[in-house]
Design a protein around this ligand. Structure first.
Ligand SMILES: CC(=O)SCCNC(=O)CCNC(=O)[C@H](O)C(C)(C)COP(=O)(O)OP(=O)(O)OC[C@H]1O[C@@H](n2cnc3c(N)ncnc32)[C@H](O)[C@@H]1OP(=O)(O)O
Length: 319
């Protein structure tokens, strides 16, 4: 069930004073106060529905997965304006990722939570995890930033600009932005092996390669469940990832840091994660980096559950 709290006074990074910001969230597993709390941050097109039949990370967060749902309280906020929180943003650039992290921290305080066991998220949700821990260095015992970066790389800014151009100029902006995004979420190898140049005959329909039909399917599917205004909000948030300028500035985080990277990720590339880890682990003891080996690229955080669960599980013991 989606619940709502109101954040009373908030000054955004842009310097705008805002009052009464609705922040919606879901809780799964044991009620708040009865088990260690895990805050889960969603990515670009995600939402607060993490677990259960429709939950987007239900293969990670379940008694069979890496985070046993019977033993950990899962708290997940909707990013304001993501289209699942009942609001529609008039200005997609009103919040930065740092603003969202501040709002989530205020939300946690509002719910009376003083200790968080873990903050976890992947992709933009992973960057949000870095940002929350950087803003509130003692908030969580451990953090899991997965397939993400603490600062938008020039490569990510390149892809974001393409996304913005498509959103501004296409006659079917959400579909076309999704198609381009899917090409960043997979690898050439993943698509080449899967589709192998095939072209299924479709009676009475335009003849397309299977990969083209798959891309169009994803474009059309997103249009059915996502608002254009929300996609613009989320695209701006991706653009605004700027926790700090150098990895050494992340040392102020007091939580144990468990980074996870995907060796074939074309969006948040593995070499950047290794650089961050090398710099951080030189200065700080409690940092680890695990690598998911996959041909699929960025999407592997939603596909390679055998590996992801194996990495995460030892950090979520059953008490
Ligand atoms: C900055 C950030 O935060 S980025 C992070 C954002 N990440 C995302 O949004 C994730 C995007 N990726 C997806 O959504 C992926 O589909 C995943 C990772 C969830 C699942 O990947 P896969 O298991 O390979 O599934 P796949 O992509 O093939 O999707 C399956 C669907 O495609 C359909 N499909 C498969 N092949 C074709 C084809 N040739 N033509 C048309 N449809 C097809 C299937 O019928 C199925 O439909 P259904 O979901 O309605 O049942």
């Amino acid at each position: 069930m989606i619940k709502k709290i109101i954040i009373k006074d908030f000054r955004s990074e842009k310097g705008v004073n805002l009052s009464d910001i609705p922040l919606t969230y879901e809780v799964a597993g044991p009620p708040i106060g009865t088990a260690p709390i895990v805050v889960v941050n969603h990515a670009l097109t995600g939402n607060s529905s993490v677990t259960g039949e429709q939950g987007w990370w239900n293969k990670l967060i379940s008694d069979e997965g890496g985070i046993p749902l019977s033993h950990y309280t899962i708290l997940s906020f909707n990013i304001p304006g993501n289209g699942y929180d009942g609001t529609e943003s008039k200005d997609p650039e009103s919040f930065s990722l740092r603003d969202i992290a501040t709002l989530f921290i205020k939300g946690i305080e509002h719910l009376g939570i003083t200790e968080v066991y873990c903050i976890i998220g992947a992709s933009m949700g992973g960057s949000l995890t870095w940002q929350m821990a950087h803003l509130s260095p003692k908030l969580a015992q451990k953090i899991f930033p997965i397939a993400c970066d603490y600062r938008a790389s020039d490569w990510l800014l390149t892809q974001t600009l393409i996304q913005k151009q498509i959103l501004a100029n296409s006659s079917d902006p959400l579909r076309d932005a999704r198609i381009h995004a899917m090409s960043c979420y997979r690898t050439p190898q993943s698509l080449n092996i899967r589709f192998d140049g095939k072209q299924e005959q479709q009676q009475g329909q335009e003849q397309l390669y299977d990969v083209e039909r798959w891309l169009l399917y994803h474009g059309d599917t997103l249009k059915k469940r996502f608002k254009l205004s929300a996609y613009k909000v989320m695209t701006h948030l991706t653009y605004s990832i700027a926790v700090c300028q150098t990895a050494s500035e992340l040392t102020q985080i007091q939580s144990d840091i468990h980074m996870v990277s995907i060796d074939s990720d074309l969006l948040f590339t593995h070499d950047r994660a290794v650089e961050t880890y090398n710099e951080l682990s030189r200065l700080k003891n409690n940092v680890t980096l695990d690598t998911i080996h996959s041909i699929h690229g960025h999407d592997a955080f939603l596909m390679e559950y055998e590996q992801l669960n194996k990495i995460v599980k030892p950090h979520f013991p059953i008490h």
